[in-house]
Design a protein around this ligand. Structure first.
Ligand code: ADP
Length: 488
């Protein structure tokens, strides 16, 4: 199958969240399974294309934007370390910047236009490269308009007459809502297509996520539970009606993990490797990690970690209400790596200052440190208010680090409560969003830590398989459905 993936993120080239991991992992798997995937993403300023072996293609793309044309070039290379073809769309005025979506906490004002340009340019790129896609797979609201372009502008072009569109929602909370004028102008639909009840209209503005939902042949979300949750008003972020309208085409496919990157036995970013037959080395890694971070005498006290964007979604308001009780009573060592809302960052800096001997706080993004933390920790906290899939619990499990999660979205699909009676389960789960239930789950985890069952729980977690192979196969199945739907 020829699969054209379009996204704003793809590891290791550009990443702000889990979207980037999934985009790369899927194409890598499809390639292994004999398909023919290509990925198109913007050539951001910070992508060191020369050093990564990208070469100009000598193609100039002529991209319709509204009632005029704009121009871009394409660089071709391989996704580093793989044989997956990647095309970087070079347009310096749009993408020659340091940020993906904004800088210094502020979104770029021309984002609606930057998103539309990529969503439209892929069709011109496909034609120029003579890559006839069976599927155009676009991810999240940034590239959602490609689904509308496929249906409205390109379906009648013979080159794309058999192409189906699949749109994947990674997080419904981010929708791309903009003033209508710019979107309607640059997308070429014009204000005549913008009226109450039209697919372009949403509470007086445009909503890119809604466009993806309404125009795609199939819509996927990143876990089965989340695909059900978002049809309710509580989780639907205002789009539950649109999602219910398309419910027959809405499918939940759990994200997968690329275990060639996330594997404690082979991971080069952690200083001591281990596997389930050698958990002593995990303990050694923990001791070294604590020592390297100036924490002494706490090798046999639980290390509880978080690796997370600091946003309300991730359940920080629950954690903030209970964390000091635990630290004051010296129940565990706490480590966090993340960045985001300034008031959460300030709070964790306060924790670091008040409890310097029992906490590690790193504000910022650091891939290598994240790997070390998954490896060195005993538990990972994910008390999310909602969680479309969540990758961190899956990474943690592979590293024998037990997740403590709220049962929502993909967390509900991946984590099972550990039971000391029959040694089943791979983590700790609470259901209701309140501090009592969260603390109770932490307390259960702490008691297992001090019991004989701890290694059994770790091994269960390490044995749980979330490989991207399974996930990639499910997408192929979904692509077939999209193509069947498209026959007429
Ligand atoms: P989301 O996409 O909502 O941020 P996920 O759990 O799906 O949450 O994916 C988060 C990804 O980002 C994981 O790969 C995680 O390891 C990574 N990550 C989050 N914060 C940081 C950070 N501060 N430094 C390094 N990696 C991080």
């Amino acid at each position: 199958m020829n699969i054209l993936t379009v996204a704003f993120e793809c590891v290791p080239l550009a990443k702000s969240g889990g979207l980037a991991d999934v985009v790369a992992a899927l194409s890598i798997e499809w390639k292994k399974q004999g398909h023919n995937p290509i990925i198109i993403l913007p050539k951001f300023y910070f992508i060191d294309a020369d050093n990564l072996g990208f070469k100009p293609t000598n193609h100039t793309l002529v991209v319709p934007m509204g009632h005029w044309n704009e121009y871009a070039t394409l660089l071709h290379g391989k996704l580093p370390g793989t044989d997956v073809d990647v095309y970087l769309l070079e347009h310096n005025e749009y993408y020659g910047r340091d940020g993906l979506y904004g800088m210094d906490g502020k979104d770029f004002l021309d984002n609606p236009r930057r998103f539309l340009f990529l969503s439209r340019a892929i069709f011109e790129a496909a034609k120029t490269l003579n890559f006839k896609p069976d599927i155009i797979h676009s991810h999240d609201f940034h590239t959602a308009y490609s689904q509308a372009f496929l249906k409205c502008y390109y379906r009648n072009v013979p080159f794309f007459s058999k192409t189906a569109g699949v749109f994947t929602i990674h997080n419904l909370a981010y929708q791309g809502r903009f003033a209508p004028e710019s979107t309607m102008l640059y997308s070429g639909f014009g204000m005549q297509e913008f009226y109450q009840g039209s697919w372009h209209e949403y509470h007086g503005g445009t909503n890119y996520m809604k466009i993806g939902i309404m125009f795609a042949d199939k819509i996927t979300t990143v876990s089965p539970t989340y695909s059900n949750e978002i049809r309710s008003e509580y989780f639907g972020e205002g789009l539950h009606n649109a999602l219910n309208y398309r419910a027959g085409d809405l499918i939940g496919i759990l994200n997968g993990v690329d275990y060639s990157i996330w594997n404690p036995a082979t991971d080069k970013t952690i200083s001591i490797n281990y596997d389930k037959n050698n958990l002593d080395n995990k303990q050694k890694l923990k001791s070294k990690f604590l020592k390297d971070n100036g924490i002494v005498g706490r090798d046999n006290i639980p290390l509880i970690a978080m690796v997370s964007r600091m946003t309300e979604q991730k359940g920080f308001d629950l954690l903030i209400r209970i964390l000091e009780d635990y630290l004051w009573n010296n129940k565990f060592t706490f480590a966090i790596i993340g960045s985001g809302d300034i008031h959460y960052q300030n709070y964790f800096n306060y924790i670091k200052n008040k409890y310097p001997n029992i906490s590690i706080v790193y504000i910022g993004y650091n891939e290598a440190l994240a790997h070390s933390l998954y490896g060195a920790s005993d538990f990972l906290l994910i008390p999310s208010r909602f969680e479309p899939c969540g990758l961190t619990q899956m990474y943690a499990m592979k590293y024998g680090t037990l997740p403590i999660v709220r049962a929502t979205g993909g967390l509900a699909d991946t984590v099972r409560e550990f039971s000391s009676f029959d040694n089943s389960g791979n983590g700790f789960v609470f259901w209701n969003y309140n501090t009592d239930d969260f603390s109770f789950a932490i307390n259960r985890a702490l008691s297992v830590y001090y019991s004989d069952s701890i290694n059994k729980a770790r091994i269960n977690a390490m044995n749980t398989d979330f490989s991207s192979k399974k996930s990639a196969e499910k997408y192929i199945e979904c692509f077939h459905w999209a193509l069947e739907k498209n026959v007429n």
